[in-house]
Write a protein that binds this ligand. Sequence first.
Ligand code: PLP
Length: 449
Amino acid sequence: ISVDSAAGLAVKAADRAHVFHSWSAQALIDPLAVAGAEGSYFWDYEGNRFLDFSSQLVNTNIGHQHPKVVAAIQEQAAKLCTFAPAFAVDVRSEAARLIAERTPGDLDKIFFTNGGAEANENAIRMARLHTGRQKVMSTYRSYHGATANAIALTGDPRRWANETGVSGIVHFWGPYAYRSSFHAENEAQECERALAHLEATIAFEGPQTVAAIILETVVGTAGILVPPAGYLAGVREICDRHGIVFILDEVMAGFGRTGEWFAADHWDVVPDLLTFAKGVNSGYVPLGGVAISGAIAETFAQRPFPGGLTYSGHPLACASAVATVNAMAEEGIVENAKRLGEDVIGPGLRELAERHPVIGEVRGLGVFWALELVKDRATREALTPYNAAGAAAAPMGELAAACKQRGLWPFVNMNRLHVVPPCNSSEAEVKEGLAILDEVLTLADAHTV
Ligand code: PLP
């Protein structure tokens, strides 16, 4: 890694002058100027290297600069950079085939988008037209994207400033045994009561008004909440009984993250629509999509689907998806994620929990884990209050800064530290990251009672 402080300063200066950043007060941010990346690492212009334990935004499932994917993009660029969605294009056909072969059940048709929010937006459009109903239900602990319907469905504070003008969205509580909304004492109770709560909410909304229920198969940003056994099957049954479209958002959980191609595979549940993005090509070129069941595809067999995007099925994006899916299959990357979760990350984090009282709960699977941090294990009082800012959020800010000082790039949300490295991380890389967490958690332990 070379040091070039002047170049870094120039990149930073132009950024601060002209780049308007997501989710930020523009004058209060200080983005790191990144000079390069490879595999599980990236580095800045000052010679600092970081182990990427966040996979950027939990999307670089095959790490940075995978040579097979880079080559596929280069070859496609030389051959055909772009072509309108109305045409049949070889890489678009092949990407759709490879994805449809892996999605569960009869989700055999793929509508391509540029990312996750647009995938959810179009899934909702399909569900509303398919059912002739308006309402869509989602959970309070969720993130579905930043476009109009997707942010209105989202169950975190980012929704609050974005609700104007969107109607027909109903929120309910999903299962979360550690902080049960249902006073449940175990997972089985949590599952049963969460399903009863959903059923009651539907009854009071009017089942005939509900077009769809959308869930993250495993809730990502809002906490890595793994559903209890039976919950997704229960939601499937409720949807079937009321003619409601069941949408699983696998934007973050899909493509190997949980140690299966899709998280739904863990519970053998087949939704009517499954949305994806991120891991489909590790974000090398923007891509997302909706995998569509036979019945919903049939709705639009004779009647036009009233939605589209100039870049739906963009050839460069599709070429990178083909190369990514093939590389993941050839290199056993999904199996690697599963093994890392079972043999390295899960046991490693549980061992940390034995030494660090600040860890209230360890949960996850594959390369999709959270440490929920608390002030007090007995009361489960969160280390920082919900949606804390400023001084109240300081303990998590300090923790993130301490990780970065030691060369680890963390994923932090509220009072949680998520451990979400690439699916093809090596055991040594994961252990390097866990050793750094062990050090920094000692600092956080100081905030416990
Ligand atoms: N759905 C989930 C579960 C996500 O995690 C995200 C992004 O983090 C989205 C949807 C939105 O995807 P995008 O940012 O590509 O629009």
